[in-house]
Design a protein around this ligand. Structure first.
Ligand SMILES: *[C@@H]1O[C@H](CO)[C@@H](O)[C@H](O)[C@H]1NC(C)=O
Ligand SMILES: *[C@@H]1O[C@H](CO)[C@@H](O)[C@H](O)[C@H]1NC(C)=O
Ligand SMILES: *[C@@H]1O[C@H](CO)[C@@H](O)[C@H](O)[C@H]1NC(C)=O
Ligand SMILES: *[C@@H]1O[C@H](CO)[C@@H](O)[C@H](O)[C@H]1NC(C)=O
Ligand SMILES: *[C@@H]1O[C@H](CO)[C@@H](O)[C@H](O)[C@H]1NC(C)=O
Ligand SMILES: *[C@@H]1O[C@H](CO)[C@@H](O)[C@H](O)[C@H]1NC(C)=O
Length: 913
């Protein structure tokens, strides 16, 4: 079979990025401006990038920026040679059709967008003739959401080069007056402090960020590629504690309601916590930590309940109890003993939680049900619709249900729908070192109910967004927008009716002068209305089915098109000079894997790419030293250098004999470096039977002749500090051998870069082999050899291999292993983690070593530990636990491998992979 390796379009853009970035002479971003204007908490941001092709030949030039997830892109244009190319927002299907036509005309296309924790990516490119220039201009809009008593405007700056004319301008105008304004984020550091100017006068505030070229290379998250980080503008407005602020313009109004001088309402809260097996490890640990904090924050007149569940339901107490110190102590004790095991019965758990709240109706209080889960229902009722209908019946609109989805193995859509059906919201908790803070942060948003049964009434208003809210919490805000009937201000009367403890309160202000933007025509209030309406219609659509769903969808689509919003229902078709690829951009749904439309034989197909965020056990969110994006690359050096995306990605799995086919490769997405300064050392290993983790030494070995050391981490069974030991050089090690399964996993330590394996081979029954090295993932089944070239998965007999974003999952029988792919100095390193042990545990190898049991026997002059009956000298060292995609730094006791393992290391050394 011919090696048609040139066929790759899918990653053309990434290639362009990778190949052009280091070479600054190629093209020059000579100006990069971000201009954000905020009024009435509605932010319109324009990113303008001006680029010159300094080459003597035409060049593909890329525009690649990140915008907040909550925002809708509303405009994109390119100026080339006095020509303007405007992007057009189309219904998704229509865009696809247009795209298909483009393909049949022989043009190819790439769709560009992906997801991070708070950001989405926008990418496109255009070919620019020699010594010509291009200007890219992207506009996006978002309504700021008030949480914890503040708004946050996130601006991501990544021009991809140091830029001589680099500017971020933020202008905020709030009629109510700005109470405070702060500049935070990774770019707000000492090195850049004098580049930031902040001015605040009553209703107006300006933030200017004008770093010099030198400063753009100096800051924490910056490099030769220039800046890469966030500026976060934090502010709040003055509150009058009455009806709030109403702004109108051009026949539309927006009402911000956020009184804060009300007494808190005592609450009844039930926490329903998933303790199924998949929560094992860091997740359950972080959940316990978060629960401790949350329990500490409960007020004495709050009542609470705690349920944990796997396949069974465990009540701490069958009824709600008062949050007095005795009950809290006992609950904390219960919480600290939560262990992960078993399956997931979400249905019964939530029904039990609802029952507890229903049994405890208390006048003048606010009830809240919070579910934390990390997976799909696997026992009891597992049909999602049945669960939703059961839960809806049990709650019957009486209190909100908040669902927290931990990690990426949850069916987030299911949680979202269930929350929305019960007046709540769903939130994703990202698996990372700050997951406990995310949990706590969410709880704090709902910790102080001030009002219940809030009804917003607008006589003389029409086409209103949501007007009924079951609860209002301190620090948040209720926003309603609508049309003013016949634009008649005289008859327009807003009013809010709500319950505060046992009192009914009416907020109205007959003398309220509804503030108007005056004679200047300003469609911004109308856009706020449109933005909010589309968001709410999309939520509603999720809850409905059948013709009702279609109706709502149609409405949302029409509005998206009218206001030119790129929403999940629309796409932006990027038009370009004739003869060039057409890019189609669409907005990914929360947690959805990004997709590109690619063409094959004239047909267009949707191919999911690995998610931008890690999946499953490594979960960890972006940001780290490692590549959050993953791509495969052609062998063809010409395509690598030119970055031209004119050929197509081959999709079908390639089955070949003999010589290898295309390579898969990981590209560094230009340094997210430095954003992890908050990475807290974790010294609380979960008490688990599991085992050895590999770890890289934190101390860098600069000298070239120093041996390459790989530091291994051995968890301790009942101590907080784990053990560690070093193994040097390119040794081959037995990782996991399971004789009765005829399964063996071996690895070869890297010889150049410390911190992991460069090759891992897996053998099953002599005939099935998976070989993973830094260039190839190869699967052999008997005589058949298959290389990974982008297919969903590879199989060989009972072995399944899934290549994801930054991990490779290998499963056979009841053994599941994750090989986490880290990247260091452009070099890939592998990290094996056993996710699931085979049930009969007679395995050997490093990954099967039991957690250490040790005690400290001496501290000075030399620290000594006693393991089994042997004493060993140790020193306190640091290691980085690379069994997470976002590595965790911790302390460890360093000793010889032989002492830590309680047998000679040579027993683990093998000669053949
Ligand atoms: C930023 O945008 C606003 C509104 O479009 C405009 O009035 C202002 O001049 C722009 N500022 C800069 C520095 O471009
Ligand atoms: C609500 O928040 C405001 C501002 O943070 C604070 O002053 C007030 O005390 C809070 N109210 C309650 C009841 O906690
Ligand atoms: C607004 O409401 C009126 C009726 O009150 C309706 O005719 C009109 O279509 C609505 N406009 C939008 C944009 O929904
Ligand atoms: C909002 O609440 C009011 C009073 O509780 C009720 O009469 C009205 O039907 C509700 N509206 C909606 C859209 O649920
Ligand atoms: C509203 O106006 C009336 C008369 O114009 C005045 O008596 C009353 O005090 C005003 N109320 C408020 C809340 O300002
Ligand atoms: C650790 O566990 C072992 C066995 O369960 C026990 O003998 C030992 O005392 C424990 N050590 C500590 C420090 O808790």
């Amino acid at each position: 079979m011919e090696r048609t390796v040139g066929q790759i379009t899918l990653f053309g853009l990434l290639l362009a990025l990778a190949s052009t970035l280091p070479n600054k002479d190629d093209w020059d971003v000579y100006s990069f401006h971000i201009n954000s204007t905020v009024t009435s908490r509605y932010a319109t941001t324009v990113i303008t990038s001006r680029v010159a092709n300094r080459m003597d030949e035409s060049k593909e030039i890329e525009f690649h920026v990140r915008i907040p997830k909550n925002a809708f892109i509303s405009k994109f244009r390119m100026f080339i040679d006095a020509q303007v190319y405007d992007g057009v927002v189309r219904a998704k299907e229509q865009a696809q059709q247009q795209y298909t036509e483009a393909v049949s005309r022989g043009e190819s296309a790439g769709l560009v967008s992906s997801v991070g924790r708070t950001l989405e990516e926008f990418k496109t490119s255009v070919t620019v003739a020699a010594h010509k220039k291009v200007t890219f201009e992207l506009t996006y809009e978002e309504l700021m959401k008030r949480t914890h008593g503040k708004y946050e405007l996130q601006i991501h700056a990544r021009p991809m080069q140091p830029v001589s004319d680099f500017k971020v301008d933020v202008h905020i105008h709030e009629e109510a007056g700005i109470s405070f304004i702060d500049v935070k984020g990774g770019l707000s550091t000492k090195a850049l402090a004098n580049a930031i100017t902040k001015t605040h006068i009553d209703k107006e505030a300006w933030v200017y960020f004008y770093p010099t070229v030198d400063q753009q290379k100096m800051c924490d998250s910056c490099s030769d590629q220039g800046m890469n980080g966030d500026l976060v503008i934090v502010y709040d407005v003055n509150r009058d504690n009455g009806l709030g602020h109403i702004k109108k313009s051009d026949g539309y109004f927006v009402h911000h309601f956020a009184p804060s001088d009300l007494p808190r309402i005592p609450k009844n809260v039930v926490f329903v916590i998933d303790q199924s097996g998949s929560m094992r490890g860091r997740k359950i640990l972080q959940t316990r930590i978060a629960l401790f904090h949350i329990l500490n924050d409960l007020a004495e007149d709050d009542y609470f309940g705690l349920i944990t569940f796997d396949g069974n339901i465990f009540h701490w107490k069958r009824e709600l109890v008062q949050a007095n110190s005795k009950n809290l102590e006992s609950a904390k004790n219960f919480a600290s003993n939560i262990q992960a095991r078993g399956s997931t019965d979400i249905n019964e758990a939530v029904l039990q939680g609802a029952r507890m709240l229903n049994d405890h109706s208390r006048e003048g209080s606010a009830s809240i049900l919070i579910l934390l889960t990390d997976g799909d229902p696997t026992s009891g009722v597992t049909n999602l619709e049945n669960i939703q209908s059961n839960v809806r019946q049990a709650i019957a609109g009486k209190f909100p249900l908040y669902c927290l989805g931990f990690g990426f193995d949850v069916d987030f859509k299911f949680l979202e729908k269930m929350s929305l059906q019960n007046n709540g919201v769903a939130r994703r908790i990202y698996e990372d070192s700050d997951a406990d803070l995310q949990l706590k942060g969410f709880y704090e948003e709902v910790a102080t109910p001030l009002l219940t049964d809030v009804t917003m009434i607008y006589v003389g208003g029409t086409n209103l967004t949501q007007t009924n809210f079951s609860q209002y919490y301190n620090g948040s805000e209720i926003v309603v927008a609508g049309e003013i009937t016949d634009n008649n201000i005289e008859t327009f009367t807003p009013q809010v009716v709500a319950i505060s403890s046992n009192r009914r309160i009416i907020f109205s202000n007959p003398n309220e002068t509804v503030e108007s933007t005056g004679t200047v025509s300003d469609d911004r209030i109308q856009r706020v209305w449109a933005y909010l309406t589309v968001k709410q219609l999309l939520d509603k659509e999720l809850q409905l089915s059948g013709p009702e769903k279609e109706k709502v969808k149609k409405e949302a689509l029409e509005l998206s098109l009218k206001y030119s919003f790129v929403t999940p229902l629309t796409s932006m078709v990027v038009t370009k000079p004739p003869g060039e690829n057409i890019d189609v951009l669409h907005k990914p749904k929360e947690g959805e894997t990004s997709q590109r439309w690619q063409s094959q034989g004239g047909q267009s197909i949707l191919v999911p790419l690995p998610p931008a965020i890690g999946h499953g056990i490594n979960g960890a969110l972006s940001a780290a030293d490692f590549d959050p994006s993953f791509s495969r690359q052609s062998l063809s050096p010409s395509s690598h250098l030119s970055g031209h995306s004119s050929v197509m990605q081959e999709h079908a799995s390639r089955v070949e004999r003999g010589r290898p086919g295309p390579v898969f490769q990981l590209h560094p997405l230009r340094g997210e470096r430095g954003q992890r300064g908050d990475l807290a050392p974790v010294v609380l290993p979960d008490v688990q039977p599991a085992v050895v983790h590999l770890s890289r030494k934190t101390t860098t070995l600069e000298a070239t002749d120093a041996p390459v050391l790989h530091r291994f981490l051995l968890k301790a069974a009942n101590q907080t500090v784990p053990l560690c030991f070093d193994v040097s050089g390119p040794v081959r090690l037995k990782l996991f051998h399971h004789p009765s399964r005829e399964l063996s996993v071996n690895g070869e330590l890297d010889s150049v870069t410390n911190g992991g394996f460069s090759r891992i081979f897996i053998h099953v029954k002599d005939s099935q082999h998976v070989e993973i090295d830094t260039n190839w993932v190869t699967v052999r089944d008997g005589q058949t050899v298959t290389y990974y070239t982008g297919q969903d998965h590879l199989t060989a007999g009972s072995v399944t291999v899934i290549v994801r974003n930054n991990e490779i999952d290998v499963a056979t029988g009841d053994m599941q292993m994750v090989i986490i792919v880290h990247e260091k100095n452009g070099q890939k390193l592998f990290w094996p983690v056993l996710r699931q042990h085979p049930s009969d545990n007679n395995a050997e190898g490093l990954l099967a070593v039991e957690a250490a049991v040790y005690e400290e026997v001496q501290q000075a002059p030399v620290r000594k530990l006693k393991i089994k009956n042997q004493e060993a000298d140790v020193t306190g060292e640091m290691v980085v636990d690379y069994s997470f995609a976002s590595p965790v730094t911790m302390n460890c006791w360093l000793m010889s491998a032989d002492s830590a393992l309680q047998r000679p290391l040579s027993q683990f050394v093998i000669t053949q992979l």
